[in-house]
Design a protein around this ligand. Structure first.
Ligand SMILES: [Zn+2]
Ligand SMILES: [Zn+2]
Length: 120
């Protein structure tokens, strides 16, 4: 089992996302691997589309994924909750992380369609 680095849900496989963390840039110049669930992946993609459409430049703050001080965009995710099953929550991600998530999602989709081909 793995935990999603954004909402904390425990699932068998998370989608690997390479996140550039400014704090660890010396040890990990190409970024560190984080794992996200598909729900968070989709939420981030949606937030990214909205950001592109509205061309909002975001609000400065600390990114919930990479920890960098950047301009952030709100991402509405659903967090597992013991009392309610799921709880809506908003995390704030920078453009760089949203772009990394988009890349990861593309990769994930193409790997999945390849493995589906193998079954036929
Ligand atoms: Zn998640
Ligand atoms: Zn970030």
């Amino acid at each position: 089992m793995a935990d999603c680095d954004l909402c904390g849900v425990a699932i068998p496989t998370v989608v690997p996302v390479q996140v550039y963390k400014p704090k660890f840039a010396l040890s990990y110049p190409h970024g560190m691997w984080q794992g996200l669930c598909e729900g968070c992946l989709k939420a981030a993609m949606k937030a990214r589309e909205e950001q592109v459409r509205s061309s909002s430049c975001g609000v400065a703050g600390k990114c919930d994924l990479c920890g960098g001080i950047e301009r952030l965009h709100p991402v509405t995710i659903s967090r597992p909750s013991f009392s309610k099953g799921a709880d809506e929550d908003t995390v704030h991600l920078c453009k760089r992380c949203l772009d990394s998530i988009k890349e990861a999602s593309k990769q994930w989709e193409s790997e999945r369609s390849e493995s589906e081909h193998e079954h036929h």
